[in-house]
Ligand binder design. Sequence first.
Ligand code: MF3
Ligand code: CO
Length: 248
Amino acid sequence: MIILKTSDEIELIAQASRIVAECQKVLAGLVKPGISTLELDHVTEECIRDLGGIPAFKGYRNYPNSLCASVNEQVVHGIPSSRVLMDGDIIGLDIGAIVGGFYGDGAITISIGEIDSKKELLISVTKEALQKGVEKAVVGNRLSDISHAIQAHIEVHGFSVVRDFVGHGIGRQLHEEPQVPNYGKPGQGPRLKAGMALAIEPMVNMGKPGVKVLDDGWTAVTTDGSCSAHFEHTITIEPHGPARILTV
Ligand code: MF3
Ligand code: CO
């Protein structure tokens, strides 16, 4: 069942999502060669708490940290560690916060120092694909219209869509129905209704779509070792007009 949110509930999701976006900005200002992903995790936790939220990922299914930090061939759910960022790396920063019992969830991928033009393109195409999906998140469309728009934009650029992880409904739970795949035929699945809150999150590999999870039980990497990018917004379907993007 897809749970529709009241306007009060949406404001809590919006507050949580705003905290996520604020933390992303702080991290983007700190990311440089020589910093470790664990240092970024500590900043994330402090930032979420300073802004009145609770880190959503810490303890979720025993996830150990407040930040998912996924470097280069890491797709999502990279566990922060003493790994130090280097010039030419890219890093996905995925953050969740809870305010008043409601979740916000968002991710960006950014570069460290100078990156090559193909990594640059991977990042911009992934970000645009999220935007294309959000544009389809309007009343009357079907869920897979979002999925299809994302997939089409990625594949026209010769990159591939990760299948093993998907976006999701969000609210009192981090993961609610419906699942929001980043691929599929248009015109399928439930019709979008005002009051739905969705986390849309394309994950895009430079090479093949396959991923595997490392022995730490979390960190997902590309099977072919190619680079991967991830962007995520928490959005709501509005009664009229475009979706409201909350993770800004
Ligand atoms: N944005 C990711 C998701 O929606 C992050 C989850 S990390 C976890 O699944 F630790 F909380 F699982
Ligand atoms: Co998510």
